[in-house]
Design a protein around this ligand. Structure first.
Ligand code: CYC
Length: 165
């Protein structure tokens, strides 16, 4: 599992280079957002249950066919699996936010997930919709907590969305 610093060092080490201007700029931007990343993850952590609950309500409100007979989230077991998946996405997003790197998402969330979803008929479009709803609620919640300069919040959610599309 890599973070912004170990990823960068690995890239430079492979080619035996000293850290150049680009490296310094990218390290600087990571460290400059460091405190805000930690604060945002603390806010998400404190509100995780409410964020997941609201995201689920909004998802099923926008796509009610998911919870009707024949929908992939129909039956309480599958409804619960869907909320659990949203909770996974949120929790791993906080790890990626603090790490400043999406490697943890590849390794722990996305590896093999598309195949699993395919075999269970979990629809990718609505899953991506759920991840984007989570992102919007997270941005709102973090902004309400008074944390500014939070452009970095999009990355893990958009990355998971892209990989599942
Ligand atoms: C199922 N979601 C699953 C399964 C896995 C994951 C492995 C199959 C096994 C199980 O049911 O537990 C996902 N597991 C993960 C992830 C990790 C992991 C991401 C990384 C930590 O360990 N259905 C919908 C919605 C969507 C949904 C669009 C919610 C956003 O219609 C999710 N996932 C969903 C559902 C199932 C599922 C309904 C159960 C499908 C079934 O068993 O028929």
């Amino acid at each position: 599992m890599r973070d912004a610093v170990t990823s960068l060092i690995r890239n430079y080490d492979v080619t035996g280079r000293y850290l150049d201007r680009n490296a310094i700029d990218s390290l600087k931007s990571y460290f400059d957002t460091g405190i805000a990343r930690v604060q945002a993850s603390a806010v998400i952590n404190a509100n995780a249950a409410a964020i997941v609950k609201q995201a689920g309500l909004q998802l099923f409100d926008e796509l009610p066919e998911l919870i009707r007979p024949g929908g992939n989230a129909y039956t309480t077991r599958r409804y619960a699996a869907c909320l659990r998946d949203l909770d996974y996405y949120l929790r791993y997003a906080t790890y990626a936010l603090v790490a400043g790197d999406t490697d943890v998402l590849d390794e722990r969330v996305l590896e093999g997930l598309r195949e699993t979803y395919n075999s269970l008929g979990v629809p990718p479009g609505p899953t991506v919709c759920g991840i984007q709803i989570l992102k919007a609620i997270v941005k709102e919640t973090v902004a309400e907590a008074g944390i500014t300069n939070t452009a970095f919040l999009d990355q893990p959610f958009d990355y998971m969305s892209r990989e599942l599309s």
